[in-house]
Design a protein around this ligand. Structure first.
Ligand code: ARG
Length: 287
């Protein structure tokens, strides 16, 4: 696969990395969602749900696959492979030893697909697009830290990508990655759950995003991982959202696409975690 600029319309240029759930399971506990769920995901259902998400995404984009590896049950969550911007990638350095075995496989995949692999200090944890999200309305990179990615991540990413970076400290262990509680959407909308951030973070979000573009969600929507959504061409694919939130999204010009992912929720992930956009800059500049 090449990730060169193409002359196709923006809608067909994006490409998403996924990993089939062959070895997915809940084998350990590294976030609150996994507690009490070891061995409890239904494999056949997980495969069906993952395939449902893939099919939904393929109506909008290309999906490319990395080979799943035995013994790495969380490798399905490719959002954590790294953070891509233009041709460059920072490959993740996982905080939990349980996931560190994924690093060489993601590293090799990016190398084989001609990405420019940026230097990153070995002792600074960073979990890729789980914690680093491009705004879709302004040249801003939102970066979550506190649970998985280190406090120094925002300034290191700013130096690496030469982008204005806004660090947000995550304070609720259930929302341990930024992509579980904040989702930048086309046109500069930002859907987020305020309770996942401290007062300073909430202020920063409110000061950065125009009020009419802030879509605040409540705890019950956040708990069904509505913010863990994949936005493609104004379609917003997610595990679940209340009628009220779906109406709010429609009013803003989006089409919610509900694609149930209960088995992955038991591992603390859903739609967005299962994907990694490989052509971020092109989509941003198309807005
Ligand atoms: N069990 C995985 C972990 O705790 C879930 C990862 C979810 N990924 C994400 N981008 N939020 O690391």
């Amino acid at each position: 696969m090449s990730h060169q600029v193409s002359s196709q319309p923006a809608s067909s240029r994006q490409s998403i990395l996924m990993c089939a759930p062959d070895y997915f399971g809940i084998d350990y506990v590294i976030n609150p969602w996994m507690e009490g769920n070891c061995g409890k995901s239904d494999h056949a259902l997980a495969v069906e749900q993952w395939s449902g998400l893939k099919r939904a995404l393929e109506t909008q984009t290309d999906v490319v696959l990395i080979s799943p590896q035995p013994g790495l049950p969380d490798q399905v969550f490719t959002a954590n492979a790294g953070m891509v911007l233009e041709e460059k990638v920072v490959v993740s350095r996982f905080k939990a030893p349980e996931r560190q075995g994924e690093e060489p496989f993601f590293h090799d995949w990016f190398a084989q697909h001609d990405f420019d692999i940026a230097a990153w200090p070995a002792d600074v944890s960073f979990e890729g697009a789980g914690d680093a999200l491009l705004d879709r309305g302004q040249p801003v990179l939102w970066v979550g830290y506190g649970f998985r990615s280190a406090r120094t991540t925002p300034s290191l990413l700013e130096k690496t990508f030469h982008r204005r970076t806004i660090g947000l400290q995550l304070v609720d262990p259930r929302f341990y990655h930024l992509d579980t509680c904040l989702c930048p959407l086309e046109g500069g909308y930002v859907m987020y759950f305020p309770g996942a951030f401290d007062a300073a973070g909430q202020r920063t979000i409110a000061d950065t995003v125009p009020a009419e573009k802030l879509i605040e969600v409540d705890a019950s929507d956040a708990e069904q991982f509505c913010c863990n959504a994949v936005d493609l061409n104004r379609q917003v694919f997610m595990n679940g959202a209340s009628e009220a939130l779906q109406a709010r999204l429609r009013e803003a010009g989006f089409t919610p696409g509900i694609t149930p992912l209960s088995e992955f929720m038991k591992a603390g992930g859903s739609a967005k975690c299962l994907t990694l956009k490989l052509r971020e800059e092109l989509i941003f500049s198309a807005n």
